[in-house]
Design a protein around this ligand. Structure first.
Ligand SMILES: Cc1cc2nc3c(=O)[nH]c(=O)nc-3n(C[C@H](O)[C@H](O)[C@H](O)COP(=O)(O)OP(=O)(O)OC[C@H]3O[C@@H](n4cnc5c(N)ncnc54)[C@H](O)[C@@H]3O)c2cc1C
Ligand code: SF4
Length: 434
């Protein structure tokens, strides 16, 4: 360990822009085992590991890095999966540059972070290849049955943790496939869908039932669901799109069509303008490039240093040919394109971030025949009362607002613990009353 003084941080190679910008396969190659071990050995095994402190799952990063450096990969994997239901997915799409890697002590001291995410992905992909990912087998069966609304990462993590304790679990989702935004939001070039599919298959093989194409509140009333199960976990996500006040395609509609492989809402041959500066906007611009757009411009009202999305994704997008127009606010859609107000950053607003302010006389028009609006999402309000009922628990984006996969997994795990305690307390009370 401690080799950060002599070894530089070295990420897995990205596929060349000329090929990756024309297909939807993942961008990053895998580490070879020797490289993963070498990179893991850069860790300084901090007494206070800030990587772990800043991981929403408190992943035991220093210990599994040490095991990886020693070539004890199966043990390293066992440790990493003990706190995370889908480490290979977090390894691929967590914004490590905002979480563990950003806070890594050797990054902070100017030596370049340990490449934690790439090592996590390598470990878990190796575990799948080597058969170390064990089937889901509860030690005992319990009679109680829990319903889960939403098959995104929060719902899936909750389902797995409850099944491990022996509960019967049924997951309901309105889509035809389980995975939530892992399948119908995040594009393939960040997360290939087979990676999600094998996780879902493990859950199905472990006895978890999935009722897909079933929307709670439309196909099954919520009251009926609650009455039929011992507890309910609601992880229905955040799907109420914020609006820009100008016409355009909502980002998720666009990404869902693309993830379905459909030609509806396709960017081929178009001049595309994407409004927004978060991860969703980055996924839209990079999807449009791959669909063969004539030009793709990202419009964001603050500057590069103040955008909410991961800088790593911005760099990927720039490499692939996306143009960023920082400090721009779309005002209207004209026949020849989007009318835009040029901004400058003024004093901090209530959120503490510097607020954009229009520069008089600096408006301009950007040629565009497809405008995609990626301004974020809020939870749908009808859930607020429903999730306040006895025996109903909730987590993920529905509770936090649009957030991250790693937080959704955490909420699913915490939700499972709460449900377990709730059912145990109810059972004990019933036994005492008999
Ligand atoms: C385009 C995009 C890119 C993103 N990229 C990243 C990234 O790179 N890294 C990262 O960490 N996070 C990313 N995120 C955020 C991340 O995907 C979410 O934070 C996470 O998926 C939330 O998990 P969840 O389980 O709470 O909800 P979701 O994943 O949204 O799952 C909710 C599920 O509930 C179902 N549902 C909703 N209502 C009902 C109902 N009434 N009945 C039945 N089913 C219902 C939905 O169909 C859906 O399948 C991205 C989000 C988007 C939109
Ligand atoms: S903060 Fe960085 S150096 Fe310290 S234990 Fe974590 S990965 Fe290793």
């Amino acid at each position: 360990m401690l080799r950060f003084l002599t070894l530089e941080a070295d990420w897995p190679e990205k596929r060349p822009v000329e090929t990756r910008a024309r297909d939807f396969y993942e961008v990053y190659a895998d580490y070879a085992a020797a490289k993963a071990g070498e990179q893991a050995s850069r860790c300084s095994q901090c007494c206070v590991p800030f990587c772990q402190v800043h991981c929403p799952l408190s992943n035991n990063i220093p210990d599994w890095l040490k095991l990886t450096a020693e070539g004890r990969l199966e043990e390293a994997y066992a440790l990493s999966q003990a706190t995370n239901n889908m480490p290979e997915i977090c390894g691929r799409i967590c914004p490590q540059d905002r979480l563990c890697e950003r806070n890594c002590v050797i990054e902070q001291s100017g030596h370049g972070t340990v490449t934690i995410g790439a090592i996590e992905k390598f470990l878990t992909d190796t575990a799948w290849d080597e058969g170390w990912v064990k089937p889901l087998k509860p030690k005992r069966e319990r009679p109680q049955h829990v319903a889960i609304v939403g098959a995104g990462p929060a719902g899936l993590a909750c389902a797995e943790q409850l099944r491990l304790k022996g509960y019967k679990v049924t997951v309901f989702d309105r889509h035809d496939r389980a995975g939530g935004l892992l399948v119908y939001g995040i594009p393939n070039f960040k997360l290939e869908k087979d990676v999600v599919k094998r996780r879902v298959k493990r859950l199905t093989d472990g006895g978890i039932k999935f009722k897909l194409k079933c929307e709670i509140g439309r196909d099954v009333p919520f009251a009926q669901l609650r009455a039929g199960y011992d507890a309910v976990f609601v992880a229905a996500g955040a799907y109420k799109a914020r609006d820009a006040g100008i016409p355009g395609v909502p980002a998720l509609d666009y990404l869902i069509e693309s993830n379905r492989g459909s030609r509806v809402l396709h960017a081929n041959g178009k001049d595309v303008a994407v409004i927004g500066g978060g991860d969703t906007a980055m996924d839209c611009v990079r999807t449009a490039i791959r669909q063969g757009a004539n030009s793709v411009t990202c419009l964001y009202r603050r500057d590069r240093d103040n955008m909410p999305g991961s800088l790593r994704e911005v760099i990927n997008a720039e490499e692939e040919g996306v143009v960023f127009e920082w400090l721009t606010l779309p005002k209207s859609l004209e026949t020849d394109g989007v009318r835009i107000s040029r901004q400058r950053l003024g004093l901090p607003d209530a959120s503490g971030r510097r607020a954009p302010d229009a520069i008089a006389g600096a408006d301009f028009t950007l040629k565009a025949d497809m405008v995609i609006k990626a301004l974020g999402f809020d939870p749908e309000p009808q859930w607020t009362e429903l999730i306040a009922q006895d025996g109903v628990f909730a987590g993920g984006d529905l509770v936090r607002g649009a957030s991250l996969v790693v937080w959704a997994i955490r909420d699913g795990r915490v939700g499972a613990e709460k449900i377990h305690k709730y059912i145990e307390a109810k059972t004990a009370a019933m036994q005492a009353a008999e």
